[in-house]
Design a protein around this ligand. Structure first.
Ligand code: F3S
Length: 405
């Protein structure tokens, strides 16, 4: 990989340890990926949850600060393992705040969300960026038309240097689709887009799909649900919706050759995906969890509306979490939504979620959710029994304590 004189100086340690370590990471990835060079990026998004980074991660980031490391591009932060406004109870929680504060000292924006798009952090079409969190990359590439690989620790190196190796999603030829999927079912809600994302991810595997046949333009919430689900089943960081997303306005745009024969996704295929996701049956519910990825203000308004119009008594009978980010929480509080949710017995978390939080779900829990990503994590991490359905079904289960199926 070709490095400029300036980049060679960073690699040799002539510009300090933080830039040297960052350049070592970028050079190692670039060489492994046969990247010809490093290119500038305009923003980075970091995964810094303490459950993954531990004490060693905190020590590393603090050393970067002490040695003069500073982020040279706008840098946002993914969901973390605590709610920043709550008292810290354990050494682990203190470590998470230490990690966050180290990033803030280097210039990061404490967005603390896997859905920074609803906080206004939105790269533009054609921008090269370095974002980690698998769910954000498909949204960046597919919906916004900006360019990122699914970054890991390298996002910190990009934040420090403003650079990334030119490979993968940064190359035009790697963004074109090679499998066509025809959707022959109407999709009306985030749970359905979540099921569709999981199914498309599995069917496409490492290929890049174009979907045709969607009967309406998805909302941001639909896209985010689809992207998160897609990312857990596919290695790809991009998809296209024919006639809708910016790099596939028409099928002819998307395919330089005649489009391949389509794979069909119909009502039966979506029902089968629902059965694959849900391994629980009707009966009592222990926990309801919605807001994966973090809920938007529209989803919080919808939850309040459904609770207020419920024929059940508006009092939640089970542990009920809605996960969101701090910005949305504050807007919801100003609108009076949080007080309604709290009065009903719902815990609205900001900054974190049931998966990245230190406050873990208990083993074998019966969990109702509208997110296939939450379902998959809960099944694999705590052997949960999953009850999967719409936001309405989840709220009904929270109010009655029973999943009706
Ligand atoms: Fe976000 Fe947690 Fe789901 S980080 S995507 S709410 S698993």
């Amino acid at each position: 990989m070709n490095l400029t004189t300036d980049q060679e100086a960073m690699l040799a340690g002539k510009k300090g340890w933080p830039l040297q370590i960052a350049m070592k990471m970028l050079a190692a990835v670039g060489r492994a990926q046969d990247a010809p060079e490093l290119i500038p990026v305009t923003s980075a998004h970091l995964v810094i949850d303490g459950t993954a980074l531990g004490k060693a991660g905190g020590d590393f980031l603090e050393r970067l600060v002490v040695e003069g490391g500073r982020f040279v591009i706008p840098t946002s932060i993914n969901a973390i393992a605590v709610d920043r406004t709550k008292p810290l109870k354990t050494a682990e929680e203190e470590n998470q705040i230490r990690i966050l504060e180290a990033c803030e000292k280097m210039g990061a924006l404490p967005s603390c969300s896997c859905n920074p798009f609803i906080q206004g952090i939105v790269p533009s079409f054609g921008e090269h960026v370095a974002w980690s969190e698998s769910a954000t990359a498909p949204y960046i590439n597919s919906v916004l038309g900006a360019r990122t690989n699914r970054e890991g620790a390298t996002a910190v190196a990009s934040a420090l240097t403003g650079l990334t190796p030119r490979y993968g999603m940064h190359l035009e030829e790697n963004r074109r689709p090679n499998v066509l999927i025809r959707v022959e079912t109407d999709l009306a809600s985030v749970d359905q887009f979540s099921l569709l994302g999981a199914l498309v991810g599995r069917l496409a595997a490492e290929r890049i799909p174009t979907l045709e046949g969607l009967t309406r333009i998805p909302s941001i919430d639909d896209y985010v649900s689809f992207s998160a689900a897609y990312a857990i089943h596919s290695m790809s960081a991009i998809y296209h919706f024919s006639g809708i997303t910016p790099e596939a306005k028409t099928l002819a745009d998307a395919y330089s050759e005649p489009a391949p024969l389509p794979i069909i996704i119909d009502d039966d295929a979506l029902d089968a995906e629902r059965r694959k996701t849900a391994n629980g049956k009707e009966g009592p519910v222990d926990v309801v969890s919605i807001g994966c990825p973090h809920a938007s203000i529209e989803q919080l308004r919808e939850a309040v509306e459904k609770i207020e119009s419920s024929t059940n008594s508006p009092e939640i009978k089970v542990k009920f979490y809605i996960h969101t980010n701090r910005t949305t929480y504050d807007i919801a509080e100003a609108e009076g939504l949080i007080s309604v949710l709290l009065a009903a017995g719902i815990t609205v978390t900001a900054d974190n979620c049931s998966v990245v939080s230190y406050d873990k779900l208990i083993k074998g829990v019966r969990l109702a959710t509208n997110s296939t990503k939450m379902a998959l994590f809960a099944k694999s991490v705590c052997n949960a029994e999953i009850l999967f359905g719409s936001t309405q079904e989840c709220i009904d289960a929270g109010l009655s304590g029973i999943w009706k199926g």
